[in-house]
Write a protein that binds this ligand. Structure first.
Ligand SMILES: Nc1ncnc2c1ncn2[C@@H]1O[C@H](COP(=O)(O)OP(=O)(O)OP(=O)(O)O)[C@@H](O)[C@H]1O
Ligand SMILES: Nc1ncnc2c1ncn2[C@@H]1O[C@H](COP(=O)(O)OP(=O)(O)OP(=O)(O)O)[C@@H](O)[C@H]1O
Ligand SMILES: [Mg+2]
Ligand SMILES: [Mg+2]
Lengths: 466, 466
């Protein structure tokens, strides 16, 4: 006889934490590190603040083999978390400020919480968080997570006067890990972050006591990402019903369209109603299910909606991208391209890409090393299932005659209000046709320009010989 | 100022349904099909019943382009769902009978529910389910899903006398799809299922009215998978605390070990306590946090626990596997190997593999076409991120001199009480070292034998020439 059970979100991800990158102790240590780091970067950039992030990882106790218990300390100068949200933000799965339509690293509402939960289940120790939004007080909580209820359990709460007007967040917790296995991924993650975000100051002290310092080499920030309204092509019938229900019932559907959707003005709305043969002055309260279905189907068919605007996005920008790659890899040649905005399913996105040759680019001579990024996050795993990898493998590279005595680095960065990650572990991007197309255009553009450069180098060498 | 929000599980997966395979209309139609089919296969096999599954897919309405509204009808002769669980099982995410430690296709508690939810958000139509566990009544519910609350909403409930003693489940619902895009995947899915489960009778009527009939060609079922206890190497500190809390406090830790864990008898327990220097007669009620931590660390270090038993698993079996491949692909040569049981992190698993040559095996002459299966589910997508693909790519195939005038099919089947899927879409398996090792041994074994067969064929041909 079958036994039926309901799991809370925390129970589900506790049992299936491998879905989020918490597989073995080395990978789990890396995942915990990056999830908290990404939270700190978001907290700074969403406020328009130049990030300063300090991470200290210490080995507290060696277990059997290469496993150990570590203490992770991370501090940022970001937005801080409002006092009433601190415990839920970090102690509850599916609690987030990233559930809006806006570009950010965070998107699922579980990464940071799951890192802390992983620490709890491997060490039994409580978590300490200190945060202030720059106001009168700094708050400190010590808590653990009730996995069964998906709720934080307060152990202690302290409040001190914020005499220096500090703003930011500090998290301290313990977790099992394997630093021997994780170190090169952690260090590469920081290095690749510095390459794409040279405006961030990062200090990292590893368990051996080594300080890795990535200084800020540029003081301009990319634009702050903007929250945007949904696009008519990005919604389904259920979402349309929800949007209608949460709008004033006296609105006409004409007002509803103009107020609810991204880039829909009165002209576009009127064009749509003529196309759909729907009476624009119908009140929302007068809509029945059949009318809503018709509205929805006409939404899908109408070709006149302006495509999502790229203005809401926050690309790195060619100048910053170039600076970062030069700082971290000192290549002999670097070329950056920023594709114009595009969209898929109503979500705007842009591809920024760079090709770097020589210097400290890792890899085989003549080989191409792929560096993948999404919303400024370096993606170090699952290259085989990523769209950029697929595009690169389908390009006939022999048709691009190029220098092959040193490694080539190909940097692909995708920014979007919704990056189509293939799993909650955020390591690979799905091969959405529009994205695949844009990545291919960017790569071919860079390869053509590198072919030109290669020819000029060869001509120069031959001229010198003569 | 940031706006914090909590999402219910259904809201989260509604927004992120692409994580579960609901990407475009073609892929979504395929995913809905397979999720419901896998529920039906589980319902039959977990009861030891030869499956008979009927699926009818009709196009109700053509939308723009290749998209259409479809009606999916699926019927099985499985266990049925007990009346009080019907609505939650299908109308609530994270409600499941598969949350026990036992091999089954279902594992996450969301696939079928998400398929029905996808239908609801694309068509607005309610869902009909009819089910009986073979008792006095057959129950019919018409319902929809409250996405905000993660709860089913009853539209109507009917109960009729089960005069013929029928047992099983019927689901009828509507969903948007693209059958032109999905058809080859759906038909291959059924074909590959028939290859590995020739004891199942499958009738499928497609939107063109074509009947695909996969008759039963064998009447022996694989063994029913057994539920098992947790293994000491498969639990973390949190799980140990939960297990202790849910045991009678008067138990000694010696009794606790023997009653709670898989394959731990009094001899093993006593060996463990000597190794750990823990007093076996300590009552659970006397344990404090430090003692539990010590118990947990010693669990990890103790090498004397017997590895998980493969008896709880339900492999296909070499005989059935061979029959199925012959029936579906009519190869000239087929060889099957069943590796002995192994385990990872306390979870038992086994690899069954087959190599088939010629006949109707698809692919290029001399090329190897990979057919991947996990717990009897054919995996048709994400080959590039799967462990079997990684293993095959790392094998130097030129060292196996073999016939190359026809395609070769390599079938890899993994059964486990916990298949390490990389995402909730269940299309690729993570490269856990123990699994990677076993897959490699299986593939090399089959290649060696095929090399032998190839040599004998060549010798025969040359003998004939002379
Ligand atoms: N260092 C920080 N500074 C400010 N806010 C933070 C910080 N860390 C976490 N938060 C808040 O906690 C919320 C939850 O974080 P968590 O990492 O669990 O999910 P997320 O970042 O929203 O999504 P994802 O799962 O994609 O990481 C965030 O949305 C943010 O509001
Ligand atoms: N055809 C069926 N016959 C009997 N029980 C069923 C059937 N379909 C669904 N169920 C029940 O409903 C539960 C939920 O199904 P659902 O597909 O949502 O999740 P799951 O199968 O448990 O896990 P997964 O997400 O991996 O598919 C199942 O665990 C099973 O108990
Ligand atoms: Mg986060
Ligand atoms: Mg299921």
């Amino acid at each position: 006889v079958e036994s039926y059970q309901e799991l809370s979100p925390s129970e589900f991800f506790y049992r299936n934490k491998q879905l989020a990158g918490f597989t073995n102790p080395a990978r789990s240590l890396y995942t915990a590190f990056r999830e908290l780091f990404e939270n700190s970067m978001d907290a700074c950039e969403l406020m328009g603040v130049l990030p300063q992030i300090i991470i200290i990882l210490r080995e507290i106790k060696r277990l059997s083999g290469v496993r150990g218990i570590y203490k992770l300390y991370i501090q940022d100068n970001g937005s801080g978390i409002p006092e009433r949200h601190i415990l839920n933000a970090l102690g509850k799965i599916f609690y987030s400020s990233k559930y809006v339509i806006r570009q950010s690293r965070g998107t699922f509402g579980l990464g940071g919480t799951l890192a802390l939960l992983y620490g709890q289940i491997t060490t039994g120790r409580p978590i300490k968080v200190v945060s202030s939004i720059g106001g009168r007080y700094i708050y400190q909580y010590i808590f653990s997570i009730d996995i069964n209820k998906n709720e934080p359990i307060i152990h202690s709460k302290k409040r001190v006067l914020n005499k220096l007007g500090w703003r930011g967040t500090i998290i301290e917790f313990y977790l099992e890990g394997n630093y021997i296995g994780a170190s090169r991924y952690i260090i590469n993650y920081l290095k690749y972050t510095a390459a794409i975000s040279p405006y961030a100051e990062i200090l990292y002290v590893d368990p051996f006591g080594t300080l890795y310092y990535f200084p800020r080499t540029i003081t301009m920030l990319p634009p702050i990402p903007k929250e945007t309204k949904p696009h008519p092509h990005g919604i389904d019938l259920e979402m349309l019903k929800i949007l209608i229900k949460s709008s004033p019932p006296e609105w006409t559907i004409r007002e509803f369209l103009v107020n609810t959707f991204h880039r829909v003005g009165y002209n576009t709305a009127d064009k749509f109603f003529r196309f759909a043969r729907i009476y624009p002055a119908t009140r929302l309260s007068e809509l029945n299910d059949d009318l809503i279905k018709r509205l929805y189907n006409k939404f899908r068919e109408f070709g006149g909606f302006r495509s999502p605007s790229g203005d809401v996005l926050s690309p790195i920008g060619e100048k910053i991208f170039r600076e970062g790659i030069i700082k971290e890899f000192h290549p002999e040649y670097v070329d950056v391209v920023s594709r114009p905005p595009s969209s898929y399913s109503g979500y705007p996105f842009r591809i920024e890409a760079a090709l770097a040759y020589g210097g400290d680019i890792p890899g085989e001579p003549g080989g191409i090393t792929l560096f993948r990024y999404a919303n400024k996050i370096p993606l170090l795993f699952d290259e085989g299932s990523d769209v950029s990898s697929k595009v690169l493998n389908n390009i006939n590279l022999s048709s691009y005659k190029r220098l092959s005595d040193k490694p080539i680095g190909l940097f692909i960065h995708i920014v979007s209000t919704k990056v189509p990650f293939k799993s909650v572990g955020k390591e690979a991007i799905a091969d959405i046709p529009e994205i695949e197309h844009e990545v291919e255009l960017a790569i071919r553009f860079l390869l053509r320009r590198f072919t030109k450069y290669s020819r000029s180098v060869v001509r120069r060498i031959e001229a010198r010989k003569r």
